[in-house]
Design a protein around this ligand. Structure first.
Ligand code: B16
Ligand code: MG
Length: 222
């Protein structure tokens, strides 16, 4: 069986906006007097804005009014937008364009399944908008990662059944979302962290598409 689509996560897979999310959340946590370290950041990768703030509040044992909660979400996003203001095509990770080229040459569709409501802006700044066959909208899915919703919405938009899709993610919550969507999961990062992924590569330039395709094939051969 040959896959019909590869659906990519954005932050931490195609570009390093994960770092900017981290800095913006760290600033909010510091304001609230909550310790926020790299382990916390790992847990928040792929987690949407509201749930990320809830995690920080829970960690600090903090309760607040809905209006203050909303304000903090706005502040975090404003800070994040200022951090990504200068993003340009040079911020695209090495290996992404060649991978996309190979996928197009093999007639495999390309989708985007980011939890970020800023995803459209980021891919526009990166200059890769036109390369996607379908871009999911995090603002319209009901349940965020680790629920499968965004990956299923993109598969649906691409008109490809989930079992013919491969998902690529850097986050634990994202790999869980791919698996719950009944897709083949490729992790970008650490094998010890992304334990549910079928294959893991350190980064996009290490991603070996032939290996992914043959592993997908043996996985689906019955
Ligand atoms: P926003 P991804 C996720 O994007 C990030 O990993 C996560 O850290 C962030 O909180 C989430 O998007 C929401 O982003 O605040 O811009 O809507 O990794 O799913 O591409
Ligand atoms: Mg990510």
């Amino acid at each position: 069986m040959k896959p019909s689509a590869v659906i990519f996560d954005l932050d931490g897979v195609l570009t390093d906006t994960a770092e900017f999310h981290y800095l913006a959340w760290k600033a909010i946590a510091t304001r609230l007097g909550v310790d926020f370290n790299l382990d916390d950041n790992e847990k928040l990768k792929g987690v949407d804005r509201e749930n990320s703030l809830l995690y920080i509040l829970e960690k600090g044992g903090i309760a607040m009014e809905a209006s203050q909660f909303k304000q903090l979400l706005c502040d975090k996003n404003e800070h994040y937008l200022s951090l990504i203001a200068d993003i340009n095509p040079n911020h695209l990770f090495a290996g992404v364009l060649s991978c996309f080229r190979k996928l197009k040459a093999s007639n495999i569709k390309i989708g985007l399944a980011s939890a970020s409501k800023n995803a459209a802006l980021v891919i526009n700044k990166l200059g890769i908008e036109a390369l996607f066959d379908y871009v999911g909208d995090a603002a319209v899915v009901t349940h965020s990662k680790p629920a499968p919703d965004i990956f299923l919405a993109v598969a649906n938009g691409l008109k490809v059944a989930p079992e013919y899709c491969i998902g690529v993610e850097d986050a634990v919550a994202g790999v869980q979302a791919i698996k719950s969507a009944n897709m083949f999961a490729v992790g970008i990062g650490d094998t010890k962290v992304l334990t549910q992924a079928e294959l893991v590569f350190a980064n996009m330039s290490e991603l070996d598409l032939n290996k992914v395709l043959s592993s997908y094939q043996s996985n689906t051969a019955t």
